[in-house]
Design a protein around this ligand. Structure first.
Ligand code: GAL
Length: 379
């Protein structure tokens, strides 16, 4: 091969230009980290600890079989992110639940002051079983960047009925009997009456798209799509956030809500979610409640405006799907809604949309902006 001529070298794009430090959020195809590479942290969440933000998300392999798991990036200003590597890596050991070939999605990390541990929960699908396992995985670490130690995976609250579940429905149902009950009652009434809750009573409830939420009183909640994605379940976590207390509720049975993200503002809980259309975008919605234990009420689509790059507006959430609402430190009532723009064939290249959250007449609003910075929160 001929060595490149000095002219070619001079003309080659320099990584340095990619690495220029950012002072705004730009909702474009790529968001480059401080090494000039697109941020590979999808379905993620952001944790603030000791002056630093940590962004954990799905690290998808660029090539089949490449390293993957949960990636972590760090930042002091939210604009510029440094790749800190894999916080949790899939393993070679075939007997592990997180062996290569499993699916790890929507990881979230919270800090437990009592144990001094960082606690990660994530949606886990076991190798070779598609999306049938619908489990939640737990990993812990003494450092926000890991390495996290995988603890176990499970389906939440096996053998425990949710709060408010009617006495007369409290009997487990064999998988083979679900169809008969659906046929007899009609699908929708049967679903609302908990046909899948009863089916999954003994083995534990399904847990797919998920988030974690830590309340002002330090109590933490695991929120996940269950019942074949028809219903969201909120499960209270124990004091060290590593197990379930047994207190849980079903939210909006039949609502088909996925991709949950929670924020509390002026004493009210807001849950941003999507519908269920796989990797394809659909309309976002907000559920509101004055208590984490409900009742939660769907108050409609919070999105306003259009993303000029793809011409998609509220009907398609600007091309994205919610993943987290991040409280900005030191700015009261400043929150950022985070969305993924999925690229199913090259998931590692999936994009990120970050938008400021505002409140109008107590309603949570997400207005499109192609570029913005944290000064919007002073307005
Ligand atoms: C979406 C979900 C993603 C992923 C995808 C798989 O509905 O939000 O996290 O699970 O389905 O098709």
């Amino acid at each position: 091969m001929t060595p490149p001529s000095p002219t070619t070298q001079a003309a080659a794009p320099t990584i340095a230009s990619d690495q220029q430090s950012r002072s705004s959020f730009i909702n474009a195809d790529k968001w480059l980290d401080t090494d000039g590479k697109h941020i590979n942290a999808h379905g993620g969440g952001v944790l603030f600890h000791d002056g630093v933000y940590y962004w954990h998300g799905e690290s998808r392999p660029a090539q089949r079989g490449g390293p993957s798991g949960v990636g972590v990036y760090s930042s002091r200003d939210l604009y510029n992110w440094k790749n800190e590597g894999l916080a949790l890596a899939k393993v070679d050991d075939e007997s592990s639940d997180i062996t290569h070939g499993c699916i790890i999605e929507r990881p979230k990390v919270i800090y437990n002051a009592r144990s001094g541990q960082f606690v990660m929960w994530f949606h886990l699908e076991l190798k070779g079983r598609g999306y049938a396992a619908a489990r939640t995985g737990l990993a812990v670490s003494r450092s926000p960047t890991g390495p996290f130690t995988f603890v176990r995976s499970l389906r939440p609250n096996a053998g425990i009925w949710p709060e408010g579940f009617p006495e007369q429905s409290r009997s487990p149902l064999a998988r083979a009997d679900v169809k008969a009950v659906n046929d007899e009652m009609g699908f929708r009434p049967s679903l609302e009456a908990g046909v899948y809750t009863r089916r999954d009573f003994e083995g534990g409830q399904m847990a797919r798209d998920m988030t974690l939420y830590v309340d002002d009183d330090g109590k933490a909640y695991h929120i996940a799509s269950a019942e074949e994605n028809y219903t969201l379940n909120i499960h209270e976590l124990n004091d060290d956030y590593t197990d379930f207390t047994g207190r849980w509720i079903r939210v909006a049975p039949g609502g088909h809500n996925e991709a949950p993200a929670v924020v509390k503002h002026n004493g009210k809980y807001y849950m941003l979610a999507s519908g269920c259309t796989g990797w394809d975008p659909n309309p976002a919605r907000v559920l509101e409640s004055t208590s984490i234990w409900g009742p939660w009420k769907n108050t409609g689509n919070p999105c306003r405006g259009v993303n000029p790059a793809n011409k998609l507006g509220p009907n398609k959430t600007f091309g994205g799907q919610s993943t987290f609402i991040l409280p900005v430190q030191g700015k009261p009532s400043a929150y950022i809604a985070m969305f993924d723009v999925w690229r199913p064939r090259t998931l590692h290249e999936s994009g990120h949309i970050w938008l400021p959250v505002t409140f109008q007449n107590d309603r949570l609003i997400v207005q499109w902006r192609s570029e913005w910075d944290l000064s919007v929160f002073q307005q």
